[in-house]
Design a protein around this ligand. Structure first.
Ligand code: CP
Length: 333
């Protein structure tokens, strides 16, 4: 694998390769020096055509910890404001000797389009999708997987640890690239994944598979256990992990919500909702969080339940693993 654009075709071996590499980089990050010479002399360009705090900063830090040189691009302060195109911007970074392009864009497919153009030109530059529209956010899916697996086995995180776990993904599934990447990775592990959202925040094709009384298995994804609910409680019942998602107001073209207050009442994760889950349930959120909307503020800050800060910490080790596996010429698998 030369680019990482999606988790849809990731194999169990590839997941385990990333988890193992991330575990070893987590160990490196616990040392005083925190740095290895693995990508010395390579150039990693962070091309962010859409806003980011944690993805951009953790890719930059990951590249620096691997001793690569980093270039940071944001479209608002670039020559795109003078009319330069996305592809010409990518080619400009190519001409500077860039080895890896980490790309975020508000439209689905932009990282894939740039990767295809680089391949057509015969260039060996790799593209890592850092989130494209409503499509996918593979590095977030992998860091969420790493966060959950290391909680179960900190020394040897691996996909099979999630077999027979129940994981609820709650909220704005419709607009969430994080949900899409997590659906691929978590169902690949054999975990039972339960989606819960208001009907207006679910992709339309899911509607055929929702039945409030009898929950149906989605058969478009064979051999994967994925369930859909219009109500929160059946998704939370006996859940081991609950992943809440941000309401992506910037992507909402219609009035998709009754109100934020009603949304919180129906789908917000609060202490009282946790009574439906397993007693040692853990909560994830990819961030940024709308405090008091998708999760209550006190729960978000409670380390007994919340893995939100751990997810951010995991992001550096996982992104080191991705840059290392791609940049050192090793296939991920
Ligand atoms: N989770 C995530 O992608 O956060 P940022 O938008 O801050 O990068």
């Amino acid at each position: 694998r030369h680019h990482i654009l999606s988790l849809a075709d990731f194999t169990p071996i590839e997941y385990d390769t990333v988890l193992k590499a991330a575990a070893s980089f987590r160990e490196v990050l616990s040392r005083r020096t925190k740095k290895v010479p693995a990508l010395q002399g390579q150039v990693v360009a962070n091309l962010f055509f859409e806003s980011s705090t944690r993805t951009r900063s953790s890719f930059e830090l990951a590249a620096k910890r691997l001793s690569a040189d980093t270039l940071n691009f944001t479209s608002a302060t670039s020559s795109m404001t003078k009319g330069e195109t996305i592809l010409d911007t990518a080619k400009t970074y190519l001409a500077m000797g860039c080895d890896i392009m980490v790309i975020r864009h508000k439209e689905a497919g932009v990282p894939s389009a740039i990767a295809a153009e680089l391949d057509r030109l015969g260039e060996r530059v790799s593209v890592l999708n850092a989130g494209d529209g409503q499509h996918e956010h593979p590095s977030q899916g992998l860091l969420d997987l790493f966060t959950i697996c290391t909680l179960i086995d900190p020394i040897e995180p691996r996909l099979e640890l999630l077999k027979d776990k129940k994981i609820a993904i709650v909220g704005d599934i419709l607009h969430s690239r994080v949900a899409r990447s997590n659906i691929w990775s978590l169902t690949a592990s054999g975990a039972e994944v339960h989606l819960a959202a208001p009907p207006t925040l679910l992709p339309k094709w899911f509607a055929d598979f929702v039945n409030d009384e009898e929950i149906k298995e989605i058969d478009q994804i064979p051999n994967r256990k994925l369930f859909v609910h219009w109500h929160l409680e059946p998704a939370l019942r006996d859940a081991d992990f609950v992943m809440t998602l941000r309401l992506q107001k910037e992507r909402m073209t219609a009035n998709l919500l009754p109100s934020l207050r009603e949304y919180h009442q129906l789908f917000g994760i609060t202490r009282s909702q946790l009574k439906h889950c397993k007693p040692n349930v853990k909560i994830l959120h990819p961030g940024p969080v709308n405090r008091g909307v998708e999760i209550s503020s006190d729960l978000m800050d409670d380390p007994e339940f919340s893995l939100i800060q751990t997810q951010v910490t995991s992001g550096v080790a996982v992104r080191m693993a991705l840059l290392y596996l791609i940049g050192s010429g090793k296939a991920v698998g």
